[in-house]
Design a binder for this molecule. Structure first.
Ligand SMILES: NC(=O)c1ccc[n+]([C@@H]2O[C@H](COP(=O)([O-])OP(=O)(O)OC[C@H]3O[C@@H](n4cnc5c(N)ncnc54)[C@H](OP(=O)(O)O)[C@@H]3O)[C@@H](O)[C@H]2O)c1
Length: 316
C-alpha cells in the first residue's frame, strides 16, 4: 500500500489538474446525427442525467430499454417518451444494489435477440453514511461499480457477436477523491473511516480500472468502452442522505450547478458521433478527452480488482 502511495505521488501531474479545471468550463461537442431505430440501454433513467439522456436519445429516434428501480416512475417515463417521440420505451425493474437483480437483468439483456447499440451505465447514489446491501456489500461500490461490471461481463459474448456496440460508463471527476488508490483489502469499508467523498471516489476509480481490462477484452471486436464525467449538474443525487446534507445541497451546491442538458448532449455525442468510432478505453470530461488520476490508470491493480470482482460476484 505504502509502495503504491509513493508510486502515485510520483505520477501525479499538475498539468492534468489544470486541464480538468479548464475542461470543466467547456461545453460538450454536439452531434446532430439521427439514431433512428437503434436500441439504447440506460440504467437509472427515472431522474437527473439518465432521464434527460433518455429524452435526448428518444428525440433522435432511438428506442430505449431502461433499467430502473421504481415501477411507478418507469411507467410514467414510458408513457411520456412513447407519446412525445413515437419510439419504444421499454423498461426492466431492477435494484442495482442487489446481486440477484443485477444478474437477472443482465441475463435478460444477454438473451435479447436484437442488438444493443449503446449501453449507458448511469445509475448511481451518493451516501454520506456507510450502508450495506442485503448481500453484505457497501452500497455505493455495488451500484456504481459492481452492477456495471457484472452487466458488461455477462454481455461480453452478445456484444462481441454483434460486432458493434458502445458502452459508456457515467463516471466522475470525483474518482480523484480516491487520491491514494483503491484499497483492495478493504473494498467494503470495514477497516477505515467512511466518508461520502472517499467511497464515491473509490467506486468511480474501480469503474475506471475495470474499463482498462474490458477494453483489452473488446480489442478488435467493434465494441468500445469509455467513461465520462457528466459535468457538475443539478439532479436528485444525494436525496437518500439526512436533512442537513439535503438543506446544504438545495441552498448552496445546487445554485452552482449546471443543467443536466450538457450531460445528455455529451452522452449523445459519445454514443452516436462517427468521431467516436473505434475510440475506446478513454476518459472524457463531457466530450473532452482527459487523463484520469494515477490510481485509476494502475494496470496491476486493475487486474487484481478484476480477479477479486469475479470472486466476490461469484462469477466462474
Ligand atoms: N450530478 C452530478 O453533478 C454528477 C457528477 C458526476 C457524476 N455523476 C454521476 O451521474 C450518474 C447519475 O446521477 P444523477 O446526478 O443524475 O443522480 P440522480 O438524479 O439521483 O439519478 C440517479 C438515477 O439512478 C437510479 N438509481 C439509484 N440507485 C439505484 C439502484 N439501487 N438501482 C437502480 N437504479 C438506481 C435513480 O433511481 P430513482 O429515480 O428511483 O431514484 C435515478 O434514476 C451517477 O452515476 C452519478 O455518480 C453525477
Amino acid at each position: 500500500m505504502r509502495k503504491k502511495t509513493v508510486q502515485y505521488i510520483k505520477e501525479y501531474k499538475w498539468s492534468n489538474v489544470f486541464a480538468m479545471i479548464r475542461n470543466n468550463r467547456k461545453d460538450p461537442k454536439i452531434c446532430n446525427d439521427d439514431f433512428k431505430d437503434k436500441l439504447v440501454v440506460i440504467t437509472g433513467a427515472t431522474s437527473g442525467i439518465g432521464y434527460i439522456t433518455a429524452r435526448k436519445f428518444a428525440s433522435k429516434g432511438a428506442n430505449l430499454l431502461c433499467i430502473n428501480r421504481n415501477p411507478e416512475k418507469s411507467k410514467k417515463l414510458r408513457h411520456e417518451i412513447e407519446s412525445e417521440f413515437s419510439v419504444k420505451c421499454d423498461y426492466r425493474i431492477a435494484d442495482l444494489s442487489s446481486l440477484k437483480d443485477i444478474f437477472r437483468v443482465s441475463n435478460e439483456l444477454a438473451l435479447l435477440d436484437t442488438p444493443i447499440d449503446v449501453i449507458i451505465h448511469n445509475a448511481g447514489v451518493y451516501l454520506t453514511k456507510r450502508e450495506l446491501t442485503p448481500d453484505g456489500f457497501e452500497k455505493v461500490f455495488v451500484v456504481h461499480y459492481l452492477s456495471s461490471f457484472i452487466m458488461n461481463y455477462l454481455l461480453m459474448d452478445k456484444l462481441k457477436a454483434q460486432q458493434k456496440a458502445r458502452i459508456i460508463m457515467v463516471g466522475s471527476e470525483g474518482h480523484r477523491f480516491a487520491a491514494w488508490g483503491l484499497r483492495l483489502d478493504d473494498l467494503n469499508w470495514e477497516k477505515r473511516s467512511y466518508s461520502g467523498l472517499k467511497s464515491y471516489g473509490s467506486a468511480k476509480t474501480a469503474q475506471l480500472l475495470s474499463m482498462l481490462v474490458f477494453n483489452e477484452h473488446f480489442k478488435n471486436t467493434g465494441v468500445t468502452i469509455n467513461t465520462m464525467h457528466p459535468g457538475a449538474v443539478k439532479t436528485e443525487t444525494g436525496q437518500e442522505n439526512g436533512p442537513i446534507y439535503r438543506w446544504f445541497k438545495r441552498n448552496f451546491f445546487d445554485k452552482t450547478l449546471k443543467s443536466p442538458d450538457i450531460s445528455a448532449e455529451a452522452l449523445y455525442y459519445l454514443g452516436v458521433s462517427k468521431e467516436m468510432d473505434n475510440v475506446s478505453g478513454k476518459f472524457f470530461n463531457l466530450t473532452t478527452g482527459e487523463e484520469p488520476a494515477p490510481p485509476a490508470l494502475d494496470k496491476e491493480v486493475a487486474n487484481e480488482l478484476w480477479e477479486e470482482t469475479l470472486k466476490i460476484a461469484g462469477i466462474e
